[in-house]
Design a binder for this molecule. Structure first.
Ligand code: G3I
Length: 332
């Protein structure tokens, strides 16, 4: 039979999948067998949990938490402070004007303490701040309402509130293009500042939205080593491996070719060799989905184009990519 992915990796790290209310049903069997950690793809984001100032909507995230409890899965929380998927009310007053620093900090604290407090002790790690670093140019931080209204210390404050809300949870800074040398140095600089100021941060999340050509294995290795030099743990938080290379903008691909399958399998094999090599610092590896029947990448970055980024196919059967990551000499 097919081995369980998380069992194969039990001596290395947790193996997680992002889920949503639909896949939690349609991919239930697969998730139960192969993953020992789950993350809400969208349901624990600001707009889903906190649509209005005095109204929280926990139905979907509560359901996910009961599923986790029932099946003995751990939960990674995603995400508390982000420039995206945060409703406008949060930054404005009744007249529609931007609120001041104190008001926004108060609202941030209320959001964090309410959400983390509800699941206190049940979520092993949280992406406290997501994608705050700018992709290019001189600026360290991305332009956002958080930054403009509160100032640079919005990140420190978010971690402080989070630590107060659930002192047991491991608190993460999470970002993409994390292996690109230029962005890597910015992320390093930001997090080093937090560590130096004794802000309660415990890890760095590498989203790992990777593809057939990028990033290079060397860049990934350098990123892991650079981040680990801060003495923090590392999680791979949103892994998927697009079957296209970075330059491929075709929209007429309706099926995976054998070439794509083989190229992806080779990438997966090397990625997981690397991750195993660093399993003393990498404590959790989460895929941004579970099987090829559902992925946010079908539509991104090219509208209307499908993608097949996981190690299970559309029928939830293991792909060549799966065999390449479970078939290794376990010297442990
Ligand atoms: O639920 C609504 C539906 O009612 C509506 O009809 C439809 C029309 O657009 O939109 C649906 O919401 C979409 C939602 O996904 C659920 O499918 C949103 O438009 C869409 O923007 C949203 O995309 C999510 C994206 O974050 C938002 O930025 C993706 O599912 C989710 O996979 C993605 O996840 C992010 C991580 O949180 C952070 N890192 C990058 C990663 C990939 O972009």
């Amino acid at each position: 039979g097919t081995p369980s992915l998380h069992e194969v990796y039990q001596d290395y790290f947790l193996v997680g999948a992002a889920v949503n209310p639909i896949t939690l049903k349609s991919q239930q069997e697969l998730i139960i067998k192969h993953f020992n950690s789950i993350t809400a793809e969208n349901e624990m984001k600001f707009e889903r949990l906190h649509p209005e100032e005095n109204r929280f909507t926990f139905d979907h995230s509560d359901k996910m938490m009961s599923f986790a409890k029932e099946h003995g899965k751990k939960v990674r929380g995603h995400t508390l402070v982000w420039h995206n998927q945060t409703p406008d009310w949060f930054f404005t007053d009744e007249e529609g004007n931007l609120v001041d620093r104190e008001t926004l900090l108060k609202r941030m604290e209320t959001h964090i303490s309410t959400v983390m407090g509800r699941y206190k002790g049940q979520i092993y790690s949280w992406d406290v701040v997501n994608e705050a670093v700018s992709d290019s140019g001189e600026d360290l931080l991305r332009d956002s309402k958080w930054l403009n209204i509160i100032g640079e210390d919005f990140i420190d404050k978010a971690f402080e509130y989070a630590h107060k809300a659930d002192p047991e949870a491991a608190l993460f800074y999470n970002d993409y293009n994390e292996s690109d040398p230029e962005k890597r140095e910015k992320i390093y600089t930001l997090v080093k500042g937090l560590v130096d100021r004794k802000v309660p941060i415990h890890g760095i999340g590498l989203q790992a939205h990777w593809n057939l050509t990028k990033p290079s294995y060397d860049n990934i290795r350098q990123a892991i080593e650079r981040y680990a030099s801060l003495g923090l743990q590392i999680h791979i938080t949103e892994m998927d491996v697009s079957v296209f290379d970075s330059e491929d903008k075709r929209i007429d691909v309706v099926e995976q070719t054998d070439e794509m399958k083989e190229a992806q399998a080779e990438r997966y094999q090397h990625f997981f060799e690397l991750l195993r090599e660093y399993s003393d610092v990498i404590t959790s590896v989460t895929f941004w989905g579970a099987a090829d029947d559902y992925t946010w990448l079908s539509n991104f970055p090219v509208r209307g184009r499908k993608n097949w980024p996981f190690v299970f196919d559309e029928n939830h059967e293991p792909k060549l990519s799966f065999w390449k990551i479970v078939d290794f000499d376990n010297g442990k």
